[in-house]
Design a protein around this ligand. Structure first.
Ligand SMILES: Cc1cc2nc3c(=O)[nH]c(=O)nc-3n(C[C@H](O)[C@H](O)[C@H](O)COP(=O)(O)OP(=O)(O)OC[C@H]3O[C@@H](n4cnc5c(N)ncnc54)[C@H](O)[C@@H]3O)c2cc1C
Length: 365
């Protein structure tokens, strides 16, 4: 059984019981460390230019099996990228070691304005955290989350915390979503956690640095594409099993779904190629990924619609996998700033005189 088949076989269970079994599978496969640079014991996926495509393909594969586990794994990969971009040598060594030992990382940045996390001064000059994070995907299954906190100058400081054994408790009342329940994206109040220098990652506001704040959207787009592929395959199997294949409209819809999913794969290749020039052409990568995530969002929407049209009401009834995967994909498509990222590509192209043929030039051209 492939990894995506194993994840798919556990996905309904994980929706109710949480993503532990899926994360354990990734741990056993060695996927928690592939995104470390080679000198720190990994395979350099994500972090090295040549490692971007294998990373995107793996994210797609995991998303195909379970969007919830894909979401958590995407956060893990993002967190290790942040550590290897902004950490000190000592931090890189410590947290790479933790990843090699099977620790799952995450990035919990989102907070409600009225309660987002900030630094406060305690007695004896000690510094503590006050406030809460929401949408903390992975919850207690994440061993080393990176969170952001407003420092005394108003900057956003990243820190790596270790909630296990700290007495912190997730508030499970705020995450009751239409889909992606298995991502356990709960609220965590971190008030009272003491801040030590070794927890601080990078300079204030480093998280917002481009091109990777926006360019990193290629990772969630890859996971989303996996969800569209899952729906395509569920549809195909359903039509074959029910003998509903010999029908021109079904053939047309499946053909369009195949075309869309294949286009998505080409977008992964295009984004990975542009990532190779990320440092010299950061703006180009940001806007290319803006187009890519928007294209993949469209692919996913169309695939959901066509899958529903192909299968009909049977696909809306539990425990049909289409029911769950459609809900999960609809929910996971909601990512920050979708309009802004689409507008950006147009603004970029309208603002420069470069001819069209070299506008998105990749390494090979
Ligand atoms: C399953 C799931 C898990 C998640 N896990 C995590 C996690 O682990 N860590 C984490 O930090 N976050 C997480 N998130 C949160 C995520 O990163 C985003 O914050 C969230 O998805 C934003 O979605 P939204 O639709 O509310 O976006 P919004 O930004 O509110 O967008 C909604 C709409 O409003 C538009 N809009 C935005 N701003 C404006 C404006 N000023 N004026 C007019 N229109 C505007 C947008 O273009 C869009 O059309 C998770 C989200 C999901 C769905």
């Amino acid at each position: 059984m492939s990894v995506y088949e194993k994840l798919a076989s556990m996905d309904a269970m994980m929706e109710k019981e949480g993503p532990g079994a899926g994360i354990e599978l990734l741990r056993q496969q060695g996927y928690l460390s592939v995104c470390l640079p080679e000198r720190w014991g990994g395979r350099g996926w994500e972090i090295s230019p040549a490692g971007m495509l294998p990373m995107l393909e793996l994210l797609r594969e995991i998303g195909r099996g379970s969007l919830a586990v894909g979401r958590i794994y995407e956060g893990h990969v993002n967190a290790l990228r942040l550590i290897h971009s902004f950490g000190t040598a000592e931090q890189k060594s410590r947290w790479s070691g933790d990843a090699l030992d099977g620790c799952c990382f995450g990035i919990w940045n989102t907070g409600r304005p009225e309660e987002d996390v900030k630094f406060v001064k305690g007695q004896d000059g000690k510094i503590f955290l006050e406030g809460a994070k929401v949408f903390a995907s992975g919850a207690e299954w994440v061993d080393r989350p990176i969170i952001s906190a407003k420092n005394f100058d108003g900057g956003s400081q990243l820190l790596v915390i270790a909630p296990a054994g700290s007495g912190l408790e997730f508030d499970r009342t705020t995450w009751d979503p239409m889909g992606m329940a298995g991502s356990v994206s709960h609220r965590l109040d971190v008030t009272g956690v003491e801040v030590f220098t070794e927890m601080l990652l990078g300079q204030p506001d480093c998280y917002a640095r481009q091109p990777w704040l926006s360019g990193g959207a290629m990772r969630f787009a890859a996971v989303q594409l996996g969800g569209a592929e899952a729906l395509l395959e569920i549809t195909r199997q359903h039509l074959r099993a029910t003998g509903r294949t010999d029908h021109a409209y079904q053939e047309e819809r499946v053909s369009k779904m195949l075309t869309d999913c294949e286009s998505g794969r080409l977008w992964l290749g295009g984004a990975a190629e542009r990532a190779e020039a990320a440092e010299s052409e950061p703006e180009r990568l940001v806007h290319y990924v803006g187009m890519m995530r928007s294209a993949i969002e469209g692919i996913c929407f169309r695939t959901i619609q066509r899958a529903h049209q192909c299968v009909g009401l049977q696909g809306m009834l539990r425990p049909h996998a289409m029911e769950r995967v459609s809900r999960d994909l609809m929910t996971y498509l909601r990512q920050p700033n979708p309009d802004g990222s689409l507008m950006g590509a147009g603004r970029y192209a309208l603002g420069i005189a470069e001819p069209l043929e070299s506008l998105w030039k990749g390494k090979k051209e």
